[in-house]
Design a protein around this ligand. Sequence first.
Ligand SMILES: [Zn+2]
Length: 491
Amino acid sequence: MSNQDAPGLTTAIVNADWVVAYDPATQGHSYIRNGTVVFRDDTIIHVGKGYEGTVDTVIDGTDVMVMPGLLDLHLHAYQEIHGKGFFEDLASKHMWMTQLFEYTWLIEEDEASAEAAMQASAADLLKSGCTTMAELYCSQKLPFDNWLNILAGTGIRTYACPMVNSGHWYTPDGQNHLYAWDEAKGLKDLEGALELIDEAQAHSSGRLHGMVGAAQVDTCTEELFVACKQAAVDRGIPLQTHASQSVMEFREMIRRHRKTPLEWLDDIGVLGPQTLIGHAINIDQHPWINHHEHRDLERLARSGASVVHCPRAFAQWGDMMHSLGSYRAAGINMALGTDCYPHDMIEEMRIAGLLSKVASGHVDLLRTEHVFEIATLGAARALGRDDLGRLSPGARADIVLVDLKHPSMRPVRDPLRSLVYSGVAAAVRDVYVNGVLTVHNREILTMDQDEVHDRLQAGQDRSLPRVPGLDWAGRSADKINPLCLPVDGEL
Ligand SMILES: [Zn+2]
């Protein structure tokens, strides 16, 4: 498995205890013991036992597992982390236990804190072994001018997805969710979003890519969805939307169309191999939905659309997919996302694995190798990429070195099982993105993380006093969700 012809700087990770290599015969991962991985510039040129060619840099792979970088295909890095300490233990009790309509939009970032939040989120992802993220900018306005440069500066490979909509949710009373429509604005915003996407695709970093975004199934008109799909097809890039993310959204689509959210997307031609559905948790077979027929999984599988599963965000308000293993068994291509925070792909894999076992009552429907495959090859398939999520000659040099001497990994019988079910981000030692060392000895090299978090803290401190002006009842953040313990004896 070698390609030694191209010129450039060559790095070899030699004699690694374990290498998670891509096997073209099975189109899956397999282990190599005492293996060597070689990359030249941004491209892997060799994966196997030993290497005969000349190299510029040699890295000792003793006590190391070398694996492909993980992919996080759904997060809102610029926003949700501002709500840390506020969003936990919070859901609308009169709106089927979702946070979406009443609380998500109460924490409003400003441009300076959005910048810090994106940097902090990307750093967390990189340090958990994630080398690609899809950043969904989901707002009533398009991203600010410097958005792409800040994303590029973090060092992570990014699919920039500026989402558009024809309207937005609001609640006047904490029990109903209503829609404020401006269809012309949605179509106009799409033009601006596509300019950003084209700019991302042409970015000099070579690590920015574009993804078309239609915000939510219930906030975009058919006309906007069709325009988004066409833009994605014209450019040969993915389209992502949110769908089946709450009981109320499901009921709204039945009220409008007598169709499930996924049935409607299917009927208007949005589902297909280039389409990613964020969440797809509250589908027709979900126990909270109690629909009379169960055909959504079949629709997704037939269409070739992918589902991006974000288990932690939903577990936070008591909801879960039923189940990741059975979606996969139905033939649906699955990927993972961290959505809100924390942005830790090792933890996300663990929660995905555990909740699937809980929901299915079975251990075989989703085993370790399946979770890892979803976080790597499944995500790459969703993006239409055969050069990500794998250690294979010709693939991008997105490479993670895991320290097998880290206590969370030991004892090591099966390193991926250690990582997924016991490992922590601190076990990730070094991370290369596009051949560039981005995390070294557990430290992020592209930014001063303490300084970033100081700016993020200042951003949260500015956003919390704005909550009463955004809440339907004018309540403060402390009134909505008090701290979990009394402070200084106050009751
Ligand atoms: Zn989302």
